[in-house]
Design a protein around this ligand. Structure first.
Ligand code: NOJ
Length: 796
């Protein structure tokens, strides 16, 4: 049985237990070595030998990254890169894609510069490179780390073929507020799931060996806590206590570093008043001293120069602060290139600081084998081979979450469709739009490879499929709003956003629905315009006339299946009340149509579970299941229980329930699963044993899970804990284990979850990870509403 469990505090393993204290001292630990390749003596000897030959200007050149090609941020420098590369002043480039383009600059750097140091090319490879897979939030919905590994592996292989050995992925930011458009790039709201995914992405890209010709170094982003932006507004400040920072937001970065991540990207936000890109606490104290990170840190695009806007100094000052705090490379902005050398010469920055940053960058270049193999062979043009398509389809199949599948009178459950449907009306702006189905961060993906829902359903239904677009994503007014913030400028917005005649197209769609036995509505968001970076929203409903379209089709009385295609949790309350079947399908990538059809027709039994809570109303945000308790709980421990309308002075809203519409971990199947009473191998464990267990399990929770339906299915079995008596209050529930279990009809399997220090610890008031005598409530089930219960006593 495949089991995922954070056994990640390896650094604590070597620690002696400090008698009489209930915490470990971080300072006493031997320095952890997350990536032995970067620590290798031979490699470091080569680095030092080269460093000794470098002039100050050549050193600073290694700290600079330019975007030549296209821009993925504001204000690209547009300098003469050929000349700079020949002088050894281009350490790295981004957005240069393909053997020809990368070799062009590489030949100059390697053949014309004095020390022949190769350029490190980096690129946003987020959900595949040429082959576009589902977006990361969708991958997280699979609760299958192997799916993330697959996406990363293909991304690395294809990026390498394009001359790119360094990918700006994975994004491991915890995202608890879907107003923030970048939730699409994350693994959602939970640190445990996020950490499991973070490890898998790193493993898939780096394959445990940066020297392999088809592995790529990762850049784990955005360090740190970028996802905690106040009010979900992108680039906004982050303000949170250190315990939440460490216990929730930093956990997935730590997991990625422990998995050997070669680089990290520093973020745009401030953390408790100190900008993350000049934050010595996170970049040096935590990252390097506590976690032993040996790779390098690149800033996000222009983040060093933007420190001026954060009002922490002028150009030279902020560049110095960033470098000294631990940002080794300046992505675009080009501040390091212009103001660091002079400050070293005037004695404001010690050359040792520059040397250390250069060392870190050269280490990664050597580990990647760039000095021995700087060029990329021109291969055949990209081909979306059946093997790659099959991988994209398999991953997409696992990512869909069946939110609802209520029986319809006289028809039964609408899904799976199977042979039931004689005529199917497919309606909606996402039914047949290749670009939109690709997803938000597919910079190198090509929409022409996308199989849309319309073409995939037509393959199965032929002329039994009817189609109407119904409306666009935007009404005229929305289009005007979005023009102001469009990525490619107002003119491009005009060109791409037709002002639709919604009344006419909705009437056509209604007519189409009336001719069919069932209507499938493909609604959601424009990934192009509304998702990803700089795409925060204040509302979470369907945009444009989509809601009107949905209501109009439902009003026909035809049974409706809603397929939601979006990179963020949307507000689906109306749909949940009026539509019998809802499938959350995210942004599925090149095999979108085939994968959606696989699930609609029951060839694949849906197994995805929500990685982020779906709200009833946007005003509940940030909404997440692992809330801290309140002194005035509205409904006891769990906010999903029915509301008591008589409770006035309680922690609740006047106009809405506290609970999620569909909670974290939620997802139905075409079969049903039953859970027996969980058992625990030891129900009582002395606290000293847990503290001294060095991450080894001290007890095991076991549960029998049975498929009680008539088709095979995969259940994601989830284990949640509550520490009921800690010195620092703990969430009402926390995920601490999960396993994907495939069961034939009638089959039963036992799933076991080991528990030890890793699962039971928390940060105490001294900011030390600890375990104290307490009772842990334990629940096992198919979502964060799990009810099968056990308990564990940790005693004196
Ligand atoms: C800015 C984004 O925040 C980051 O995720 C991305 O990697 C860089 N731009 C480079 O495109």
């Amino acid at each position: 049985m495949k089991m995922t469990s954070i056994r990640s505090l390896r650094l604590l393993c070597l620690l002696p237990f400090v008698t009489g204290l209930t915490w470990f001292s971080a300072a006493a630990q031997p320095r952890p070595v997350p990536n032995p390749q970067l620590a290798s003596k031979d490699l470091n000897a080569r680095v030092d030998a080269l460093l000794n030959k470098m002039t100050l200007d050549e050193k600073v050149g290694q700290l600079v990254q330019f975007s030549a090609g296209y821009a993925t941020g504001p204000g690209a420098s547009n300098l003469k890169y050929d000349e700079l590369a020949a002088k050894g002043q281009v350490g790295s480039m981004l957005n240069v894609v393909g053997a020809e383009a990368t070799n062009h600059y590489q030949h100059i750097a390697v053949e014309k510069s004095r020390l022949h140091i190769p350029i490190l090319f980096g690129q946003d490879v987020i959900h595949g490179h040429r082959t576009t897979f589902p977006v990361p939030l969708a991958v997280a919905a699979s609760w299958d780390p192997e799916a993330a590994e697959t996406v990363a592996h293909f991304g690395a292989v294809e990026a390498r073929a394009d001359g790119i050995p360094w990918v700006f992925s994975p994004m491991v930011d915890i995202a608890r507020d879907p107003r923030w458009g970048r939730i699409i790039e994350s693994s959602g709201e939970d640190p445990y799931l996020g950490s499991a995914m973070a490890r898998a992405w790193v493993k898939g890209y780096q394959q445990g060996d940066l020297g392999k010709p088809d592995s790529a170094a990762v850049s784990v982003k955005h360090f740190a806590a970028y996802g905690g932006a106040i009010a979900g507004r992108d680039y906004n400040a982050v303000d949170m206590g250190e315990i939440t920072l460490r216990q929730v937001y930093l956990e997935p970065y730590r997991a990625a570093v422990e998995a050997g991540a070669a680089t990290l990207m520093s973020s745009f936000n401030t953390i408790n008043g100190i900008p993350a890109s000049a934050n010595a606490f996170t970049l040096t104290q935590i990252l390097r001293k506590e976690w032993g990170f040996d790779g390098f840190v690149v800033s996000d695009w222009g983040a060093v120069a933007e420190l001026i806007n954060h009002s922490i100094g002028d150009g030279p000052t902020v560049a110095r602060k960033a470098l000294v705090a631990g940002v080794d490379m300046d992505m675009e902005g080009n501040l390091y290139g212009t103001v660091i050398a002079s400050q070293v010469r005037s004695g404001k920055i010690s050359e040792g600081v520059v040397d250390e940053a250069v060392r870190r960058i050269l280490r990664v270049k050597f580990a990647l084998g760039l000095f021995d193999h700087p060029y990329t062979a021109q291969g055949p043009a990209y081909d979306a081979t059946p093997e790659r398509r099959a991988a994209a389809r398999k991953v997409a199949d696992e990512t869909f979450v069946l939110l609802k599948n209520d029986p319809v009178e006289g028809v039964g459950a609408l899904l799976p469709l199977a042979a039931k449907a004689k005529k199917v009306a497919l309606i909606g702006p996402l039914a047949d739009n290749q670009r939109e189905l690709l997803g938000a961060w597919a910079v190198t993906g090509d929409p022409k490879y996308v199989v849309t829902l319309r073409s995939a359903l037509a393959e199965r239904l032929g002329d039994r499929l009817l189609y109407a677009q119904g409306c666009d994503f935007l009404s005229g007014e929305d289009a005007n709003v979005l023009k102001r913030v469009s990525f490619s400028g107002p003119d491009a917005a005009d060109a791409h956003l037709p002002i639709p005649d919604d009344a006419k197209t909705i009437a056509e769609a209604v007519k189409t629905a009336k001719q069919a036995d069932v209507a499938i509505l493909a609604l959601g968001e424009s990934t192009n315009w509304m998702e990803g970076e700089a795409s925060s929203r204040t509302t979470l409903g369907f945009t444009g006339a989509q809601q009107q379209l949905l209501e109009a089709v439902v009003a026909t009385g035809k049974p409706v299946i809603l397929v939601v295609l979006a990179g963020r949790p949307l507000e689906l309350k109306w749909a949940a009340n009026h539509v019998p079947a809802i499938l959350e399908a995210w942004s599925p990538g090149v095999e979108a149509g085939h994968a959606v059809a696989d699930v609609l027709f029951g060839d694949v039994n849906p197994s995805g579970k929500l990685p982020a809570s779906l709200p009833r109303a946007v005003g509940q945000e940030p909404l997440y299941y692992a809330q801290l308790p309140t002194g005035r709980p509205a409904h006891g421990d769990l906010s999903h229980l029915p509301q008591n309308a008589g409770e006035k002075f309680m922690s609740r809203y006047m106009d809405e329930e506290n609970s999620a519409l569909y909670p974290f971990g939620w997802g139905l199947s075409y079969t049903r699963f039953s859970y027996a009473q969980p058992t625990i191998s030891r129900a009582e464990v002395p606290v000293r044993e847990v503290l001294g267990s060095h991450s080894k399990p001290v007890t095991t929770v076991g549960v029998d899970v049975r498929n009680t339906g008539s088709v095979a299915g995969t259940e994601v079995v989830q284990l949640y804990l509550r520490n009921t008596a800690a010195s620092v209050e703990q969430p009402v529930r926390e995920l601490k284990g999960f396993a994907r279990v495939t069961l034939a009809p009638g089959e039963q399997k036992r799933v076991e979850f080991p528990l030890g220090f890793d699962e039971l610890n928390f940060y105490n008031a001294e900011i030390k990870r600890t375990v104290e005598p307490t009772t842990y409530k334990i629940w096992v089930g198919g979502s964060s509403l799990a009810t099968a219960e056990a308990s564990l006593q940790v005693v004196e």
